[in-house]
Design a binder for this molecule. Structure first.
Ligand code: KG4
Ligand code: ZN
Length: 340
């Protein structure tokens, strides 16, 4: 089964070909970072225009790298939300026209479902139930995957997402855009004990996250030391360490309580080197297997969208010309709980 996966939810135009939901035959990612860098953030209008300019070339490239032709494709999958509306529309319209022209089904995939299914792009699939830490520029969620298509949200951020605070703090520290990977790099040279970040106190569900207090504290500390460039590595290291500590804080108890058979981390922030190390330590300590995609499958890519669509296709969940892009599309279960 050959599925073409397309993601244009933000500032990467990505087209991939995936075989049987697990083997990546090609995964083309055309980054727009250089276009947005001078604005210090993603400009939605620029993003959609660039997706339009790039998507056909990305498709040709994905096909030629995989050795697959258009008529070999069994299905076209596309992120239909959440994300930037104009950017999503480019991918969704392109995917629908292509599927219609080829006479194959089109499948809309929720972006977070795509990130989760990136951990299935491997020969041996993770076991169910699977506890997922989904960390991206827009989300920090703890999601239990009972089986394909059945999700339960066990925790989510009350304010900023982890990727968002990494990006914002990095920008204030004078690091280039996008900040997360640069802050990660600078942090390697700093002392994680140099600054203290207390564990945020939350009312209500304790497994939720709150990162805005940590972000404000980091910015205050930087100002208090006179915005000294020499302090950047220590501050980056201490801040990174606090965010990673928070992300993993409730994971051991949730693994126990949910009966999860494995722990998975995904989304752009799963490329963070400290998070990868600490998640590995935690999994060893608790005694569960850990799944984290290779770094290029953590950040946005079309392969994860094709992987997710494979499971929907097996269950007969296909879409048609009515498929629409939705900037706030929530993650919802598409299979019934229980059973096989
Ligand atoms: O999943 P993703 O590519 O796009 C969204 O769906 O949001 O995630 C992008 C986020 C950005 O905030 C980026 O700074 C962050 O992932 N990121 C990282 C690292 N690499 C990417 N954050 C921390 N450390 C990294 N190495
Ligand atoms: Zn993403």
């Amino acid at each position: 089964m050959l599925i073409l996966g397309i993601d244009t939810s933000c500032d990467d135009t990505s087209v991939a070909v995936v075989k049987d939901g697990k083997t990546v035959l090609s995964n083309v990612v055309s980054s727009q970072v250089n276009l947005h860098a001078k604005y210090g953030g993603v400009v939605p209008e620029i993003a959609s225009r660039r997706h339009l300019e790039t998507i056909s070339t990305a498709l040709s490239e994905a096909l030629s790298r995989s050795g697959v032709t258009l008529k070999d494709l069994d299905c076209v999958a596309v992120t239909n939300g959440p994300g930037l509306l104009g950017a999503l529309l480019v991918g969704v319209s392109f995917a629908k026209s292509l599927a219609l022209g080829l006479g194959v089904p089109v499948i809309g995939v929720q972006h977070l479902e795509g990130h989760i299914m990136a951990n299935f792009l491997r020969p041996d699939w993770p076991p169910f139930p699977l506890l997922n830490l989904v960390v991206s520029g827009g989300h920090s969620d703890l999601i239990l995957l009972e089986k394909s298509g059945v999700y339960e949200i066990l925790g989510e951020t009350r304010d900023d997402a982890a990727g968002e605070v990494f990006d914002k703090v990095a920008r204030e520290l004078g690091l280039p855009f996008p900040g997360g990977p640069y802050l990660d790099k600078v942090a390697e040279e700093g002392d994680p004990q140099a600054f203290r970040f207390p564990h945020p106190k939350l009312e209500g569900r304790q497994t939720d996250y709150s990162f805005s207090g940590l972000k404000t504290r980091a910015l205050q500390e930087y100002r208090a030391c006179g915005n000294l460039e020499e302090r950047v590595p220590d501050l980056a290291a201490s801040f990174r360490s606090a965010v990673v500590r928070e992300l993993l804080y409730h994971v051991p108890s949730l693994l126990r309580e949910s009966g999860a058979k494995a722990f998975a981390v995904c989304g752009g922030v799963a490329a963070n080197s400290l998070l990868r190390k600490e998640a590995a330590k935690l999994a060893r300590r608790v005694g569960v297997p850990l799944f984290i995609p290779p770094k290029e499958l953590c950040t946005d890519n079309g392969a994860m969208i094709a992987a997710a669509a494979f499971h929907r296709l097996l269950a007969g969940k296909v879409d048609g010309p009515e498929l629409s892009a939705e900037s706030d599309l929530p993650l919802t279960s598409w299979a019934a709980k229980g059973g096989q």
